[in-house]
Design a protein. Structure first.
Length: 154
């Protein structure tokens, strides 16, 4: 009886170890899969950024919160401050991709800034109000680029 009991306890220990290896292997495969998808998303960002850059000065804005979807906006404008091209990515996972965002094409970045500042005031979180939306960040970046280029001309 003693031998039979020790046999079952060793066999049980081996099964536990075997299951642990399966769990570690599954976790490793998922990490590799996540890394590949993250690489694809980063490459998609690079391609989208270069595509938008062809249309003029470029700026990027991002709005990411914990456990909520994030937004990244790539916006281009000409030297007069008119939006020429935009792309936006919003989503929760590494499956999100950039899509054309042409609602603002032809509008002045200064108009967009005043509208977005009014929207940002309605945010509940003080931190988000200070940081602003992704669109507001991109517009502020474009305004900075335009002011810098005008200062260099003088």
């Amino acid at each position: 009886m003693q031998k039979l009991q020790s046999y079952y306890s060793i066999n049980r220990f081996e099964r536990i170890i075997n299951n642990m290896w399966k769990i570690f292997l599954a976790a490793f495969v998922l990490m590799i899969f996540n890394s590949l998808l993250t690489y694809k998303q980063a490459k998609n960002f690079s391609v989208s950024f270069n595509e938008v850059h062809k249309y003029g000065n470029v700026s990027v804005g991002k709005d990411k919160q914990y456990f909520v979807y994030g937004v990244i906006v790539i916006l281009a404008c000409d030297n007069n401050g008119l939006v020429t091209k935009g792309q936006m990515m919003n989503g929760f996972s590494v499956f999100a991709r950039f899509k054309p965002f042409n609602d603002l094409v032809g509008r002045s970045i200064y108009e967009i800034k005043t509208e977005e500042q009014l929207k940002v005031k309605t945010f509940r979180s003080k931190k988000r109000r200070e940081k602003g939306s992704a669109l507001l960040q991109a517009v502020n970046g474009l305004i900075g680029v335009l002011e810098k280029s005008k200062a260099e001309e003088v």
